[in-house]
Design a protein around this ligand. Structure first.
Ligand code: NDP
Length: 448
């Protein structure tokens, strides 16, 4: 076997790359990791973490209103965006430091440069130095995809949104998926006039129709505008800096900010992969097998760059399984069935397993149980906002195939219930569990 400088060279210090590097090093591998931007990746630096903190910050707008119904004298409260923004960015800095120190304590050599592949076992850094490794792991993530039309360059993406100088008075959000609905909720709570523009007639089309409809209905009631079937034509920037967004067949919209939330594209370009024979799908995803191995035996890939499931915990699992398999003497693969997911909209959605439509298609006969209720807290707060829980079961075996929820704290509740769904429990077993009263989650064992 040829002598390599490292056992493992990881490109990309996001969730998947850091986990793979740390665990491989703990298994005794000599590991290097190259990162051209910041340690932590999208989730920590400009994704899940700062987004969730903004969701918390924005939700105070509702909490402060509701507090009055609970007897609190709430004087007129002013909101200061820069305080929230800077505190969130400060937390991001702290977390980045923790990620770096984890790498350091595991003796992973962190190289703050862009790396490209020059051979199946060799990378070149931007300063021209080259390193060899027995295995190379690509964990380069994904980047916001922006549709191409005249004036699109005036918009921003989730990369920039955390750094805004002020809360825009008016914001147009392009797309109807995760990021669009999460930021629509955030900016609406913070006082912006929000319009979502989507090319089709659906939001969040991978979620169950009932919870999507409920989010749409609540969002409209909160004042968010939706424009469907509205492909972009052009964006024109006015002399005062405002933008006029033109979409096919609809009136133009004037706005202060245009945020693209139109999906994310795997970061597989410019790495030198094609010349080495690493197969890349037309959408940019690096093709891998069940062990995350690419079409070149010494090169592996995990996380968003493979576009299997673009979720942080999945990338982390893929990175960990890769490390255990290659360096820990413990070969294992990821089970992609029943992965729970959530949208941190206002209110949030959470789901695991099959939607009603998917279950009907796969199982033919299904039974659906729902609870459509106004959470106790909303009742006292005079907040006319109903939660919806829906359980989809196999009509033959009673097994729970899917669980879909929208309402306060739905993601917190669903994580525990997802264990039962993953374990293949039946509706009767849910019902056997005594309710924990008074909670919202008790609805899960009282579904009719
Ligand atoms: P999504 O895939 O969730 O949604 C993309 C939206 O953009 C869809 O409504 C889609 O329309 C629309 N769209 C796609 N391409 C175009 C185009 N060329 N022109 C106009 N509209 C277009 O992507 P996001 O950007 O919201 O998020 C990216 C990924 O990041 C998610 O898929 C998710 O994996 C991850 N993420 C997860 C979060 C979480 O777990 N809470 C939060 C944020 C992101 P249509 O569907 O109608 O075709």
């Amino acid at each position: 076997m040829p002598d390599h400088e490292f056992d493992l060279f990881v490109i990309g210090a996001g969730s998947g790359g850091v986990r793979a590097a740390r665990v491989s090093a703990a298994h005794g591998a000599k590991v290097a990791l190259a990162e051209e931007f910041r340690v932590g990746g999208t989730c920590v630096i400009r994704g899940c973490v700062p987004k969730k903190l903004l969701v918390y910050g924005a939700h105070f707008a509702e909490d402060l209103k509701d507090a009055k119904r609970f007897g609190w004298q709430v004087p007129d409260c002013a909101f200061d965006w820069k305080t929230l923004r800077d505190n969130v960015l400060g937390e991001v800095d702290r977390l980045e430091g923790l990620y770096q120190s984890t790498l350091d304590t595991h003796d992973v050599a962190t190289l703050r440069q862009r790396a490209t592949l020059v051979g199946p076992n060799e990378v070149e850094l931007s300063d021209g130095t080259r390193h060899t490794a027995r295995i190379i792991l690509l964990a380069t993530g994904a980047t916001p995809a922006v549709p191409s039309f005249p004036g699109a360059e005036h918009g921003i993406t989730s990369n920039e949104v955390f750094h805004l100088e002020e809360v825009p008075k008016r914001i147009v959000i392009a797309g109807g998926g995760y990021i669009a609905n999460e930021f629509a909720g955030i900016f609406n709570e913070l006082g912006s006039r929000v319009t979502i523009i989507n090319r089709t007639g659906d939001i969040l089309r991978h979620y169950d129709e009932s919870v999507r409809d409920r989010l749409l209905q609540i969002s409209v009631k909160k004042g968010i505008d939706f424009r469907f079937h509205a492909p972009f034509e052009k964006v024109v920037k006015g002399p005062n800096g405002s933008l006029t967004v033109h979409t096919a067949g609809q009136d133009p919209i004037e706005t202060d900010c245009l945020l693209f939330a139109t999906g994310r594209r795997p970061n597989s370009g410019g790495l030198g992969l094609e010349t080495l024979g690493v197969k890349i799908d037309p959408n940019g995803a690096i093709r891998v097998d069940e062990d995350s191995r690419t079409t070149v035996p010494s090169i592996f890939a995990v996380g968003d760059v493979t576009d299997r499931v673009q979720l942080t915990p999945v990338a982390i699992r893929e990175g960990h399984a890769f490390a255990d398999t290659q360096f820990g003497g413990n070969p294992r693969r990821i089970d992609y069935a029943s992965i729970p997911s959530a949208v941190f909209s206002h209110p949030p959605i959470a789901a695991v397993g099959l939607t009603e439509a998917q279950a009907k298609e796969q199982f033919g006969s299904v039974k659906v149980y729902t609870s459509d209720f106004r959470p106790m807290k909303n009742v006292l707060a005079n907040r006319d906002e109903r939660a919806l829980y829906k359980m989809v079961c196999d009509a033959l075996t009673d097994r729970v195939l899917g669980l879909h929820m929208i309402g306060p704290d739905a993601p917190e509740i669903l994580q525990a219930a997802a264990v039962a769904v993953k374990a293949g429990l039946t509706k009767a077993q849910f019902d056997d569990t005594v309710a924990l009263h008074p909670t919202m989650s008790e609805e899960l064992v009282l579904l009719k």
